[in-house]
Ligand binder design. Sequence first.
Ligand code: CP
Length: 335
Amino acid sequence: MARKAPISSKKRKSASRKKPPDAEVTAKEDFVWTRKDLLGLDELSPHEILHILDTAESFREVSTRSIKKVPALRGKVVGLLFFEDSTRTRMSFELAASRLSADTILFSAKGSSVSKGETTLDTVRNIEAMGVDVFVVRHSESGAPHLLARQVQASIVNAGDGAHEHPTQALLDIFTIRQKLGRLAGVKVAIVGDIAHSRVARSNILGLRKLGAEVTVVGPPTLVPNAITSMGCRVSHSLDDVLGEVDVINMLRIQFERFGGGLFPSLREYSRLYGLGGQRLAKCKNNVLIMHPGPINRGVELTSEVADGPNSCILRQVANGLAIRMAVLFLVSQR
Ligand code: CP
């Protein structure tokens, strides 16, 4: 029998009375999470996505308490496996596990026996033998968490695999949009930049479309594959053309580490056409939400004026990421 997220019965009653904000997809009251793993938004139903968002909503309150801890995962062990660099995702999962009273062990590929030729699977099986219940996995190879999920008993949470998916980033982005705008259905979202190499873009498109938002991807033809329209989004190669019509602009970093370079003439040229500064912001709706998954290349995709300005939700995204990751760790542990 799955346990409920630890919210007070008073709060639970008021949460269940509250009308869900999404007109087209509504949370099921009697929904029970059954998945062992969280590998991507591709495999999740709209109800599963909403269940994660609603569970995160109940965990958000924990971070406002003087003692920011609940015993939900006491006795469990969360292994943080980072085969690729990270600041936000790693620390957010580590803090989320700590707030749920789980023990954590941290693996970084740098300085590990990977340098002696140990495979990813052998590495994970050996760490699992120490009694790990949930692995949070970031890997530069697309599909690595999916392979591991088939080979180990522990739950696997994808913390970003190659250019494939970054489900918890998209969940925290979608949570932030719903929190700020009160709805998702019909919300117009532009995702701007290096779409071709972005796991954040893929997971956002999947999740937003499932919940009824409209998505336009924007970038130079070399960084926006035409096939992306099969995911149900529009393509534009002109940022100026979409500025005035969208409610949310999610600016992406150029993932040089995945292609090296040569896909546009220069950073200055890229920034002139696809960067967001004060002049472009002035053409947007007054209350447009400016998002970025981080890390930001200031002066390339965003000027500091915009990144740190009143429309920016960037630090709110990071704060919400903690609640999302608490929800995900909690849910995959309920089996
Ligand atoms: N947004 C994100 O995944 O950031 P990190 O690479 O720092 O984890």
